[in-house]
Design a protein around this ligand. Sequence first.
Ligand code: DAH
Length: 347
Amino acid sequence: MQIQELQQQIDAIQIAALEAIKAASNLKELDQVRVQYLGKKGELTGLMKMIKSVPNEDKPKVGQLVNGGRTVIEEAIELAKDGLKAKELEEQLKREAVDVTLPGRTQVMGNRHVLTQIMEEIEDLFISMGYQVVDGFELETDHYNFEMMNLPQNHPARDMQDTFYINDELLLRTHTSPVQARMMEQHDFTKGPLKMISPGRVFRRDDDDATHSHQFHQVEGLVVAKDISLADLKGTLDLFAKSLFGAERETRLRPSYFPFTEPSVEVDVSCFKCGGKGCNVCKHTGWIEILGCGLVHPNVLEMAGVDHTVYSGFAFGIGADRIAMLKYGIDDIRHLYQNDVRFLEQF
Ligand code: DAH
């Protein structure tokens, strides 16, 4: 082939390549163009192979021409590559751009169950008075749930607490009081007084209705030390009532009966709705019963290994469901267990 002819071919390839480079709209297409012209089987590479068939003296010239064409195409590709890269980056940025003016997605906020809130409020109050908070067992023994609470077999007061028995010895605790006995047994009274509350779930074989639930919540309280009197109990529960129902509230003690306390009392708080004048909340008495309590019965102390001639104590049992219902005017205890979000959201 004549040198001149070769030059023409190279020019033609070059023009076609430059057109193709210009037409490539992305990096992939551009690479295809590179392969088509400069690759192993590319058009320019094909021309280079012809070098074998030209006379020796022409070989340098042929090499120079083909390589010259190659360089032009390579440079054009590099240039186009830079342009396409910039274009793709710009597109990517556009795609991924965040519109900070768009309104945010609002999160639905959960909140703690109204009973949890009441229990935590009670816990916080007693913690601030130096009480420890302890967990008990929901699955208890007859021994701790009844015997140690001065309720021996066949004691009539057992009937007050209809019980889910698992077998002869195991049951679902009917009250949080057994935690008292467990704690007194463990406590080292030479190191100081025992002050504890124990919040938790309790169970009774009741048919559920507006005021009964087979499962509800109590907070047990116990203080045992030297010289504990009814006055200490009254002072403590007065503070409790004021803290939960308002500083203007007053409390009164009414004699009552529990097997594990002597004397036993029930505590009423002056009605927070009518202030004592009488309304439907206090059933027109001006007072609302909020809990049972008393001085720990000597038998209970003795059975737990505490010398009742040296130590005395008071105990109380708060019905957390009842407190929540009173405080928020909830008229049906089942609302607390049905988990209707429309109800729960209000607290
Ligand atoms: N355990 C009692 C109940 O469930 C509540 C109670 C009353 C607890 C008086 C006490 C107490 O500690 O002193 O009915």
